[in-house]
Design a protein around this ligand. Structure first.
Ligand SMILES: C[C@H](O)[C@H](O)[C@H]1CNC2=NC(N)=NC(=O)C2=N1
Length: 113
């Protein structure tokens, strides 16, 4: 039986472009809870998710890991007992691309009722 391949994207050959600041200001409100973080060298979008306990936090992290692998796009994660802060940016553009917005939307959808 042919194994199912989970990875859907491979960015090694595909160019990505930074989203201009004015476009980002328009697009970000369509992503509930995500904020622009310009404090570090390259800008990122971030969101902190709160959970009732460590098990629920880790269940979220594991679900997010599938999205990261499928999309070939890997957020920085800060994980504690009941909290996970997700930070997304695109290294090759030194900022935020459509890939970050797409992943943020998929991550939000994980928790949609
Ligand atoms: C070639 C490789 O797939 C790319 O470098 C991917 C891997 N995962 C990534 N993850 C994130 N967050 N940003 C990237 O630019 C990125 N690039």
């Amino acid at each position: 039986m042919t194994p199912t391949r989970l990875q859907q994207k491979d960015w090694s050959q595909l160019p990505r472009v930074a989203i201009a600041a004015h476009e980002l200001r328009q697009q970000l409100p369509t992503l509930p809870g995500w904020e622009l973080d310009e404090k570090r060298e390259s800008a990122a979008i971030t969101k902190t998710f709160a959970f009732a306990n460590f098990y629920e936090t880790m269940a979220f992290v594991n679900a997010l890991a599938l999205i990261a692998h499928q999309q070939d796009h890997h957020p920085d994660l800060e994980v504690s007992y009941g909290r996970c802060t997700v930070r997304l940016n695109t290294h090759d553009v030194g900022g935020i691309s459509a890939t970050d917005m797409d992943c943020a939307r998929r991550i939000n959808a994980l928790l949609a009722a």
